[in-house]
Each structure stands twice: as structure tokens, then as C-alpha cells.
Ligand binder design. Sequence first.
Ligand code: COA
Length: 261
Amino acid sequence: LMTYQSLKLEVINKKAVVIINRPDKLNALNSVVMSELEHCFNELKKNDDVFVIILTGSGDKAFVAGADISELSKLNMIAANEYAEKGQVVLNLIENMNKPVIAAINGFALGGGCELALSCHIRLASENAKLGQPEVNLGLIPGYGGTQRLTRLINSGRAMEMILTGDIIDACEAFRLGLVNRVYPFADLLIKANELADKIASKSQYAVKQAIKAVNICDEISGSEGLKFEASLFSLCCGTDDFKEGTSAFLEKRKPSFRNK
Ligand code: COA
């Protein structure tokens, strides 16, 4: 496994845990973190030993407290466009991974940190988590997809409110809004994330991969095109050993043993 300057990476039992590791700066996203995330997720994409990825922040204070404001402060208009687009490439890579990515939000997820969590497939939070899009306080708007992904995920009026006020909400409110799927005591967050990852890792990974593609296309194409796409991926699944195994196991009243092809 690669070692990184600002990430920690562990792979155990079909799971990768990616930890953003700049605790003294509340894991703020600087250019090193962003390029290491890109490298790391590209490697994990190709790694057949990894079925599910957990993304979290180091320490008990922050998931990611945003883009690094000392880097942001130096941007001019031209550099800013490139900055946002480069970041969006990394978050798109995560959103379109061929395996599920679970965000374990262990504290502040602000600005780019909230956007990073939004690019993951499932969001779990600890009770101390705090989420928000405070860019407006810096004379900015979200640039890593927040205006789009937040507005699609939660009630659009509440998304607009968060983006216009910069208000920071707690885990409980984030749960009520559907911004996070579950909230756990801090000590349980990674345990629960691992349990969820194990559960998904026990399924047919071929089917899991098609499911991500089918759900993700929802934002890109019309309803009728989406249904056609779903039918084509459903059909691909029917051609797999896993489909034969899953259906036979049910009929034979035993547990399936998937080979992920
Ligand atoms: N970029 C760069 N550095 C950051 C950062 C960010 N987004 N967020 C926190 N840090 C740094 C602080 O500057 C401080 O560094 P220092 O010790 O060298 O001074 C360190 O992380 C600890 O943060 P601090 O502000 O002292 O912690 P706190 O508990 O008092 O406050 C926050 C926590 C999250 C409320 C506060 O750090 C904050 O508002 N951060 C910025 C959030 C933001 O606007 N993010 C969106 C950016 S688009």
C-alpha cells in the first residue's frame, strides 16, 4: 500500500479505511490532501481486495473543516475556476467509484468537508458532528459541488437556507434533513461504519457496482432514460454466476457464496 503525507490508509477484510490526517488544521483540504485523495481513490478503484471504502478524518474534532482557507485566500479569478474544477474531479471520482464509499463524519464537516461527504454514497455521523456550507462568510459560494449535491439530496429550500446563511447544524438536525443517514455516539461511529461495510461486502460486488451506476445516473438523465439504463444493468446482472448462485441459494434454503462475477 502507498503511504501518504496527509492521508492514512488501512486495508483489512475487504475494507479500506481512508483517514484524512491533518488534525492540527482540522483536516482542512489543501492541495496535498486533494491530490493524495485523487491518487488513493484511483488506486482503490483498481484494488480487487477492497470491496468497500470508509472515509473519515483523524482525531475527535473534525471530519474536514473545509478547504484550506490560507490556500483559498491566494486565489484570483482564473486560478479559482481551475481550483474548483480540479476539486470537482476528485469528488466526482469518489461519487462514481466502482465500490461503495461510506463517509464516517467524526466532527466538523464544513464547506469542502460537507461537499466531500456529499460525494460519498452513504453518510454516517457521530453525535458531535457539525455540518454546514459557511462559504458565504468568506465572500464565496461552495465550489466543490455543494450547490448541486446538497440541493439534490435534501429539501431544496433548506439547502438554499444553509448556503445563504452559512449556519452550522448539528448531527441531529442533519439527520432530520436527510443529510446524514444515521447518527451514533462518537465511540461507535467507526464500529458501525465497519459493520455496514461488512454487510455490503457480503453481497454480490457485481450487483453492488451496477446498483451504484444505476442510482448515480438519476441526476444525469431523464426518468424514462433512467429506467432503460436500469433494465440494461438488471439484464447484465442476470448474466452473472452471482445471479445463479443467489437465486439457487434462496431456493435451496442456504446462504449464497458470491464470487463477484
Ligand atoms: N482552513 C485552514 N485552516 C483551518 C481551517 C480551514 N478551513 N479550519 C480550521 N483551520 C485551522 C485553524 O486555523 C487552526 O490553525 P492554527 O492552530 O494554526 O491557528 C486549527 O485549524 C484549529 O482550528 P481553530 O479555529 O483554532 O479551532 P476551533 O475549535 O476554535 O474552531 C471551527 C473550529 C471549525 C469553527 C473553525 O476552525 C472554523 O471556522 N474553520 C473554518 C471553517 C470554514 O469556514 N470552512 C469552510 C471553508 S470553504
